[in-house]
Design a protein around this ligand. Structure first.
Ligand code: CIR
Length: 269
């Protein structure tokens, strides 16, 4: 999930789909991508949706040695004037990071770059931002040492962090929750409970969706009351529309097949 607030969401990086995408890790939502051409079409529509809604998008080349390289969210965490480069939780994904780190270092000159070191590990997909409050998932990809490094950074920036345990049938926190605005958390029943998030700041709301719409709970909120959602989750769509948001609906079938959600494919900076 984007670790920037809505007002900071004007630029994003994405990365093209690898020729080896059919070998992407897939253990949760999907059993593996089956059609690279369709995956690329769906990814192009994703880029177009960001661009046509006012986001300046930089497209990085694919890394054909890394089947999961399209999922850039996991590789870098941008928070205020800091970039945290985590140690990605799955060994096969660690080599994806250098070009992303290089791009962010070159384009965010005033930012401080913090590099995590093993045994700490974390995927960016385990972090959620609700205004100035952060949540992190303790998962198969994010361990306590990684969480402790994130907490040090957030303490330094004056932001609170709450830790949630990710159930064994989910990959990341953002696989089961997102923040379509700076005051709404959308999550799936049966994966997370209201108590897991704790008391929310005044004016914030937790919207719980039925368990069978868990994939739809990953959304990308944009400026202008717009939100990108995945196709096929009608209750997610109506819950957002009831709250005055305009939904942009994208077919994510071949991205989902590799356990990827909408937020996984971009880093806002
Ligand atoms: C993986 O298992 O690492 C990829 N196939 C999917 C990563 C999805 N990223 C995300 O949720 N942030």
């Amino acid at each position: 999930m984007a670790t920037v607030r809505l007002d900071q969401k004007s630029r994003a990086i994405v990365r093209l789909i690898s020729d080896s995408y059919v070998n992407a890790l897939a253990k949760y939502f999907g059993t593996g991508p089956s059609n690279i051409d369709v995956a690329r079409e769906q990814h192009k529509a994703y880029i177009d949706a960001l661009k046509s809604n006012g986001v300046e998008v930089t497209v990085l080349d694919a890394d054909h040695n890394h089947p999961d390289c399209v999922f850039v969210e996991d590789q870098a965490v941008v928070i205020d004037e800091h970039v945290l480069l985590p140690v990605p939780g799955h060994e096969s994904r660690r080599g994806e990071q250098p070009p992303i780190a290089e791009f962010l270092s070159n384009h965010l000159k005033g930012h401080k770059i913090c590099k995590m070191e093993p045994p700490a590990m974390m995927d960016g997909g385990d972090i959620l931002r609700l205004g100035d409050l952060f949540f992190v998932g303790r998962s198969t990809r994010t361990n306590d040492a990684g969480i402790s490094e994130l907490k040090d950074l957030l303490d330094h920036l004056g932001h609170d962090l709450r830790v949630l345990d990710i159930p064994s049938d989910a990959l990341h926190l953002t696989s089961i929750a997102s923040t379509p605005t700076d005051s709404i958390i959308m999550a799936a029943e049966g994966y997370l409970n209201p108590e897991d998030f704790g008391e929310l700041p005044q004016g914030c709301e937790l919207v719980l969706m039925p368990r069978d719409e868990v994939y739809g709970c990953n959304t990308i909120g944009l400026q202008g009351k717009k939100v990108i959602i995945a196709k096929g989750y009608p209750r997610v769509q109506s819950a957002l529309e009831e709250r005055g948001l305009e939904c942009i609906v994208l077919d994510m079938e071949q991205i989902r097949a590799a356990d990827g959600s909408l937020t996984c494919c971009s880093i806002f900076y």
